[in-house]
Design a protein around this ligand. Sequence first.
Ligand code: HEM
Length: 180
Amino acid sequence: MFLLSTNQDWQEKLREEVLRECGMEIPNADMLTKLKLVNMVLLEALRLYAPVTYLFRKASQDMKLGTINLLKGTTVGIPIPILHRDKEMWGPDADKFNPLRFENGLSKAAKHPNALLSFSMGPRVCIGQNFAMLEAKTVIAMIIQRFSFSISPNYVHKPIDFLTLQPMNGLQIVLKPLER
Ligand code: HEM
């Protein structure tokens, strides 16, 4: 909602897509798979503001990680926001909101196919990721069908890691009902 409020052009593109694929209906599974732009915007939001900011792993044995020697029992913290804004990995516009980077799919968006770590990866990957994406797509689609929205002048941009990443003083959005 924050990124669509501050990028009105994308809000309008998403509204066109949602109204084309769903009309004013509650989106069903078939419709949701057709919401490509909504998906791209959600992936870009998960890149710029990953809700889980750190992954922690413990070395189960002595090992070499790249050039670093890790002793058994060492805890490694993986700072997702730093990796998600790495210009070498994502390109010079890594700090910018650019959903088009996901145009050719998740694995082609960055130099490494698994660069997006919002849901982690490997054996402990988030088991709720497909559900979370479907839920978010449905909610965004249903809001965008009914309202245009912008950020309130009272909003102060202070993302804070409080178990998950959140806006420190809330996210004040101004909603305007769309006439249909
Ligand atoms: C945007 C929403 C979500 C995000 C960003 C997210 C992110 C993550 C991340 C990063 C992990 C790995 C944590 C780690 O290994 O340290 C994880 C694990 C997990 N997530 Fe999610 N998650 C989301 C939604 C959900 C939902 C909706 C469910 C359940 C319906 C769920 C269930 C789980 C479970 C059970 C694990 C543990 C998997 C394991 O360790 O084997 N998540 N999630």
